[in-house]
Structures are given as structure tokens and as C-alpha cells.
Design a protein around this ligand. Sequence first.
Ligand SMILES: Nc1ncnc2c1ncn2[C@@H]1O[C@H](COP(=O)(O)OP(=O)(O)OP(=O)(O)O)[C@@H](O)[C@H]1O
Ligand SMILES: [Mg+2]
Length: 469
Amino acid sequence: MTDIDGISSEGLTAASLDGRLFQFAGLAESTEPGEIVLLHGPGGVVQVGQVDEVDFSFEGALRGSGRILGVVSDEAGFDSRHSYAFAVAAMTDADGATVEAIHESSGATLEIGSYLASAEIPARLLPHRFNRHTFWVGQSGSGKTYALGVVLEQLLIHTALPMVIFDPNADFVRLREIAAGAGESDAAGAIANRDIRILRPSSPDPDSLRVRFVDLPMAAKGAVLHLDALDDRAEFNELVHLEETLGTLGPEAIVPRLLERGTPAAQALAARIENLRVTDWRVWAGELRAVTDIVDTRPDATVLDLGGFADPDESLVVAMAVLDDLWAKREQRRPILIVIDEAHNLCAPEQNSPLHVAVRERIVQIAAEGRKFGLWLLLSTQRPSRIHSSIISQCDNIALMKMTSPLDLDELATIFGFVPAAMLARSPGFRQGEALFAGGFVPAPTMVRIGTRLTREGGADVRVPVRDE
Ligand SMILES: Nc1ncnc2c1ncn2[C@@H]1O[C@H](COP(=O)(O)OP(=O)(O)OP(=O)(O)O)[C@@H](O)[C@H]1O
Ligand SMILES: [Mg+2]
């Protein structure tokens, strides 16, 4: 084989005109999008790059392109602030030590699994970049909830960022319980020391999931009763006046008061409350502690088991109460991560009941303006179209699991322009538990095999009962 400047044409050779992007070609067994590589340039300069695209030919030649991430040296480790153009460099796979140097320089400490391309290299996220909104998407069964659990555990271990978890399927109600096999580890010990509150509709005080009707803002009370301030002027006005005399009472105390008043509007409002059966809802606090009071004490994690209510509107009332309260107190600038699994339950574009609209509008507002107040969203769903577009467009981090629909992938490519197309294209081939992370919370777009949960899963898949032979 001939040599170009001492570099063998066997193997891969790269060139960069601008010190940002590089092209490569040559003979090699394989390389794939997302792979971290070393570019050994003239004068002993070694740069780190990431492969974006690869073309194969059947003659065994490979060509492709990528981005330069920074310079690496024995003395200084990894430095992402500099990169250089070069006419020719030998391209080799990066070893685990280089990848760890990148993690260290960017502060990526949350170990969530391993690189898809090399099982021995840990994959890590940057905890301090959860100060942006995160969109988590993948088809049903792709492993979103499981992977979300892995990430939340790491945040519990490595940060003091409180989180509130909207949990529609009781998937996180065992977040306090260490899984068999993780018992003795330091990480498990750290989780055992965290203040994790599990609030469920059926639990006794102080762990019951309850909302105080009187604490809801007027617009939310109106939404509960399907009342519009203008279309239903008279009844809404009754509610406004009633507000002053309610004290800590719930809706059940309202009806007798209204009947006492005896005006036509009061009678209409009483009938409405009875017809909607909101007085039967279990969600009202009465003498019990309200969820907003508990979240306000800043536990490390508060899991809200939303699936345990008889009426779906009750879980919307919980979401409304918590989100409104966080928004009302935004000027306190206390950071919190708002995790919403199955987020389409709370912010689907097509839902138009008054409560749905009220909750969605609050989430739209938090997506647009919450970031600077420390209100950071992490929203998980099956398809991008299931979430209102003005919410997704505010997300800077993305986790993508298996998704086969080309339409959905096109939509993601449009919204998240920073994700390399060749990596997005890998998603249909992902197995369960494989994911692509991109955005500020990873040093570079990374395909990951998610690691093992330290805590117990709540609602694992139901199995088909099989008869013994
Ligand atoms: N990385 C993993 N390791 C081991 N088991 C996993 C992993 N990911 C998922 N599973 C298992 O696969 C099943 C489905 O995963 P999961 O509930 O996370 O999917 P999902 O994407 O949240 O689906 P849905 O959209 O229907 O909620 C669960 O029983 C879970 O235990
Ligand atoms: Mg799920």
C-alpha cells in the first residue's frame, strides 16, 4: 500500500477544510453514525470527531462525514473550545478513556447505560443541562418509562434537583424500593437516603393525593364546573361570590349554601355541581393534606399516582392544582423538574374539555416561559403529534427510542434540526431499551443501550397466562 505523508491508505483517512466538519474515506471493517473517533493529524495533534454519515460500497470502501468535537492531549485531556483544519489525518476508533475524558470535561456524570456501539463504554448525561425542557419519545413498549426511571434515579443520586412525577400508570410508585441485585451498591444507598414521597388516591394521610378546591384559581374552579366566565355569566358570578365565604370547604359544602341563597343562578349552579357529580370525587382534600402543600416542602421526588382515580377529570384537577401552584410561585425561582409520563394525557392538541384546555395552556406557558424561573419540563409520549406543537418546539433535549413511523421521524427531524439525520434513521431498528440522546444534556448525540434500574418498576407489562403442560 502507498503512503500519504506517512499515513497508510489501509484504514480510514480524514480531511477537514474548516476545522469543524470532516470527510473520510478508506478501507475498514465498519464505522457507524454516532461513533466517536480519533483524528491523528500532522504534528501529533489528535482531535476527537463524531461520525454523522457513512456510505458503504461492496468493494469494501467506506466514505462518510462527521463533526470535530475538540482536541485531546495527554496533558490537558479533552478541550472542546479548539479544533483545527487538516489536510490529512488517520482516523481510528476512540477508546473508552477518550470518551470518559469528554464526559469529564463536560461534567457528564449521570451514567444511564452504555454506548450502543461499544458495551464497555459508559454513556452519560449532563445533570446541569436538565435546566432545559426535554422531550422523550418512542412507540409503545420501546422502553420509555423504564429508561425514564433510570435517568430519574441518576438525577436523585447526583443532584439536589427536586422533581414532581406525573405518573398515570403507577409505574413509579415503587421508586423508593431498591431492586433485588442493587441492594448493596453506593448508588442504591444514596437513593435510600432521599426524601421520596409517593402520593396515591387510596393512601391514608399524609400520603393521599388530594387537592383543595378553594386553593384552585378561579379559572380552574370554573373549568372543573365547565363554566365560562362570559358564556355562563350568572353562574360564574355566583361562584365568585361564594368564593369569599367558602373557607376550607370542598364542593360538597357548596350545594347547601347555594340552595340557601335561592337565586335562579345559585340554583342552576347547584344543579350543575350535582349533575357533574364533582362532589363525589375522591380528589378533594377536606381535612387531609393537599398535594400542593407537600410539593411545596420540596421532597427530592414526589410521585403523583394519577391512575388511581375513578374519574379522569380528577387527575386533570391534580395536574391543574400542582402546575398552577408552581406557576403562581415562579418568582421564588426554586428549580424543579416536572416529569410527565404519557404527557398526551395532559397536553394533547385535540382535547377540548375546559379542564384539558386549562391544563394544556398552563403547560404551554411553562414551556415558553418557565425555564428562567426554574420550571423545567420532561415530557414523555409515543408520537410527536400527540403533544401540542408549541410545547415540543420549546424542548432543547431529546431522547428518542424505537419509532418506526417515517412521518413521525420526519416531524422530529424538522423540530430537532440538531440531531444528525443518519442517527435519527437508526431509530426504527432500535431494540427495546435502546435510545438516541441529543441536545444540551449529552456532550454529543449518542446512541445508548439503557442500563438496569436500581429501584423497582411499578406497573410492568401484564403477561398472557400460560397453562402448564
Ligand atoms: N432497558 C430495559 N431493560 C429491561 N427491561 C426493559 C427495558 N426497557 C423496557 N423494559 C421492559 O419492557 C416493558 C415495556 O417497557 P416500558 O413500559 O418502559 O415501555 P414504554 O415505552 O413506556 O411503553 P408505553 O408507551 O406503552 O408506556 C416493561 O415491562 C419493562 O420492564
Ligand atoms: Mg410508558
